[in-house]
Design a protein around this ligand. Structure first.
Ligand SMILES: Nc1ncnc2c1ncn2[C@@H]1O[C@H](COP(=O)(O)OP(=O)(O)O)[C@@H](O)[C@H]1O
Ligand SMILES: [Mg+2]
Length: 346
């Protein structure tokens, strides 16, 4: 098949996405496909003639990827580096190349990519893509709305409130919550802008931080405990994985710096807890209508009460990412997993 792996873009998770894209590209090439790794925002060259027969030189046409720096990318700099300086999100030749592919593997994370807008645009362009459609993507991107679906499915999640920038209240008492709490952007990802708050003063700083990314934020009860994730493919849960950061919580650095978190799969949990977490993950996928794949994140407190945190509709897909580790635990190699997601989506 001729496949475009679409990555990069303009979200804070840009670098993570390029790394995912690079790994997926290599895996799909191993499976015998002609694969182009394409940056959705920067695109490919400037003129249309450049792309005739492009899949014949898929390797030269692909972007090169350096790895994930420890800090989030400078998006203004990326924006200004695009030659055409157009305000169209799709870079030069992106739509044309995606239309030439048999399918587009979405290796995007965060914002445009995970929020359903690209999926909706592709539906209208007649472009096939991997993963959840536009509506499921949009629901999961908005944590406030996603939590309503969790509750409807009978799946517990942390108590909390949302706050708009225009209604910002700096007095913690107004939230009706108790400390410690968690402040986070409503539609963010990769823990960017997330703070664990232990005092009034930290609370104000956390509001500044979260509002610097978005106009709507969530303030939640802090669940002290262990952190887990459950991949769901074709509505069936994979083994549970536990993520235990060595220092602090599961922030951007701990997510992407090798060796900063201990990941155990299958997680060491009583069987009934595992089963329940898997059932919750399937219920959530069912309720939101996630038909290909997704990853559902949970917290578990010391009394084995679980809380669904969020659903990632385009989870990280490097061989050491969580979902690929879970697939490996049932004997599915990374290239097999990528191939399976292509087949499912087609
Ligand atoms: N209510 C909470 N209680 C405890 N920890 C939380 C809570 N919400 C988020 N966290 C921590 O912050 C991390 C990121 O939060 P999450 O809601 O998953 O947003 P993101 O989309 O940025 O991954 C989680 O993996 C967890 O470690
Ligand atoms: Mg998360």
């Amino acid at each position: 098949m001729d496949i475009v792996v679409l990555a990069g873009g303009l979200s804070t998770e840009r670098d993570v996405s390029l790394t995912t894209g690079n790994m997926v590209t290599q895996a799909l090439r191993e499976k015998g496909h002609r694969v182009i790794l394409l940056d959705v925002f920067l695109g490919y060259h400037d003129t249309e003639e450049d792309i005739r027969d492009i899949f014949a030189h898929s390797e030269q046409a692909s972007v090169t990827v350096k790895g994930i720096p420890e800090i989030a990318p400078d998006l203004a700099q990326i924006r200004s580096s695009r030659k055409d300086q157009s305000n169209v999100f799709f870079g030069p030749n992106v739509i044309a190349m995606c239309r030439m592919a048999d399918i587009v593997f979405l290796a995007l994370h965060g914002e445009n990519g995970e929020n359903g807008k690209i999926q909706a645009a592709f539906d209208l362009y007649g472009i096939k893509y991997t993963g959840t459609g536009y509506l499921g993507s949009a629901i999961c991107m908005n944590k406030k709305i996603a939590k309503q679906f969790f509750r409807q499915a009978g799946v517990p999640c942390p108590q909390g409130i949302s706050m708009k920038k225009s209604e910002r209240a700096d007095r913690f008492a107004k939230t009706g919550l108790t400390l410690p709490c968690v402040v986070k952007p409503n539609c963010g990802g990769s823990s960017i802008g997330v703070s664990i708050v232990r005092s009034e003063q930290e609370y104000t700083q956390a509001l500044d931080e979260a509002f610097s990314y978005e106009d709507e934020i969530l303030i939640e009860e802090y669940i002290e405990g262990r952190e887990f994730s459950v991949g769901v493919i074709e509505k069936k849960a994979l083994p549970v994985i536990e993520i235990a950061p060595i220092e602090g919580f599961y922030d951007y650095r701990n997510k992407y710096k090798a060796g900063s978190a201990v990941e155990t799969c299958p997680a060491e949990l009583p069987e009934e807890v595992t089963k329940e977490m898997q059932r919750y993950a399937e219920l959530v996928s069912e309720q939101i209508g996630l038909d290909t794949y997704a990853r559902v994140d949970f917290l578990l407190d010391s009394e084995n009460r679980m809380y669904c945190l969020e659903v990632n509709t385009l989870p990280g897909m490097t061989p050491t990412s969580l979902l690929p580790q879970e697939a490996a635990a049932v004997g599915m190699s990374f290239p097999e997993l990528c191939q399976r997601l292509i087949e499912l989506s087609i």
